[in-house]
Design a protein around this ligand. Structure first.
Ligand SMILES: *[C@@H]1O[C@H](CO)[C@@H](O)[C@H](O)[C@H]1NC(C)=O
Ligand SMILES: *[C@@H]1O[C@H](CO)[C@@H](O)[C@H](O)[C@H]1NC(C)=O
Ligand SMILES: *[C@@H]1O[C@H](CO)[C@@H](O)[C@H](O)[C@H]1NC(C)=O
Ligand SMILES: *[C@@H]1O[C@H](CO)[C@@H](O)[C@H](O)[C@H]1NC(C)=O
Length: 193
């Protein structure tokens, strides 16, 4: 048993021994990129969803804070679209009452507004290199805050007793994830300069 374990360890170590300087350098660069994401995510409101969604972008972000904000916004757009699909699916389920259906429809509208505002935020982020940087930055922050307001307004629709507890729980969970992604994007934007 010990021998097998030993052999296994040797096999694991073998390629490392032959590693070229270039490959070691590339590894350092790539771990620096990952560390950049980790450090930035650690300062956001919801570090875990930040890490989970943005570590895969480390090599394209390349330790550039602006690119990280844009990646976070694109992830939030994906999250809001996913939530929209889930919520739409729930609305079509059997046994959804008229009152529930109306509340869910309002929530879907809020999520659509959120996607629109997230896109506007990405647009403003694309103009940060322009002469009116501070204006664009303010725009980005305003749009990103509006996203959070919209998502909250969807959640508020489910605060009363009109919606079935299980339906409410599922919707609040998927929508809360959007809140987390959008809050993180906003916090990254706030810390940009
Ligand atoms: C990795 O980060 C360290 C500390 O920030 C820095 O000194 C080093 O030059 C970086 N290495 C590469 C290959 O980017
Ligand atoms: C994350 O933040 C905490 C406190 O804010 C700090 O103690 C910790 O060292 C940070 N970790 C990283 C990886 O930056
Ligand atoms: C970061 O990325 C943005 C967008 O790609 C680019 O305009 C900017 O020059 C980059 N900043 C640095 C410091 O490389
Ligand atoms: C959105 O859904 C797709 C497909 O299920 C998934 O791959 C992706 O990770 C989801 N993104 C977010 C941010 O939830």
């Amino acid at each position: 048993m010990m021998k097998i374990v030993f052999l296994f360890i040797v096999l694991l170590l073998l390629p490392a021994k032959n590693e070229s300087a270039a490959s070691t350098y590339n590894k350092t660069v790539s771990s620096n990129y990952t560390n950049f994401i980790k450090t930035k995510c650690n300062a956001t409101t919801y570090p875990y969803p930040c890490l989970k969604t943005l570590i895969p972008y480390a090599s394209s972000v390349k330790a550039n804070a602006t690119r990280m904000c844009t990646a976070a916004l694109n992830v939030a757009i994906q999250g809001a679209r996913n939530a929209t699909l889930t919520v739409k699916g729930i609305r079509k389920q059997k046994g959804i009452s008229t009152a529930e259906s109306a509340i869910i429809r309002d929530c879907i509208d809020d999520l659509k507004d959120a996607v629109y505002e997230l896109r506007q935020t990405v647009g403003a982020m694309g103009h940060l290199g322009d002469a009116d940087r501070d204006f664009q930055w303010d725009n980005a922050k305003t749009y990103a805050s509006a996203v959070i307001t919209d998502v909250d307004s969807c959640m508020d629709g489910f605060s009363g007793q009109k919606v079935d507890a299980a339906v409410k729980k599922t919707i609040r969970n998927v929508v809360y994830y959007v809140t987390q992604l959008a809050s993180n994007a906003l916090s990254l934007i706030n810390h940009l300069y």
